[in-house]
Design a protein around this ligand. Sequence first.
Ligand SMILES: Nc1ncnc2c1ncn2[C@@H]1O[C@H](COP(=O)(O)OP(=O)(O)O)[C@@H](O)[C@H]1O
Length: 183
Amino acid sequence: MLVGITGTPGTGKTAVTELLEKKRKYQVIHLNELIRKERLYSEMDRERDCVVADMDLVEKRVKELVNRIYPLTLIDSHLSHYIADTVIVLRTRPDILQERLSKRGYSVEKVEENLDAEALDVILVESVEWCGEVFEIDTTKGSVEDTLASVEEILESILRERDQEIQQRYSPGSVDWSDRFLD
Ligand SMILES: Nc1ncnc2c1ncn2[C@@H]1O[C@H](COP(=O)(O)OP(=O)(O)O)[C@@H](O)[C@H]1O
């Protein structure tokens, strides 16, 4: 079973999946790394410093890499909701996301573009449109370990045939950053 960990850049996907990977309980695929390493893209957008992934190629490759000795395969990427039917969307309040993204050396335009996308719930909306099951975790406060605990709680619930309380606790729609657009 494939589970995507998606969200705007800086929301914590890689930090959390790296911790999870160390536990060796689930398989983790860091998709952005794979796309660059295996050139699974159709073009490079030099202006925006990113690649345009070829999602047919990406999906085919992910399916080849799934190792069935694990009960779940997690895909770490802001594109994972295009592949997985169950996804966990990480969310971060824009002012905190700005602090995280500014440390990455992104251009002002790239930071603003990502903050707007987060404030407008772009990835959440896409996930709800594309996926059968969506969970949402706010990573604004707390540590990476706290986010990890929430992700593990969701994954265990999925393996236990879904726990209603967990589904409610992480149901999409609890986050609202619309005040970013108020003066
Ligand atoms: N509660 C939290 N959950 C996840 N990451 C957090 C949290 N608090 C701070 N961070 C930090 O935010 C950053 C997120 O970066 P990263 O994991 O690369 O994001 P992404 O993979 O989504 O682009 C990391 O430096 C991480 O340590």
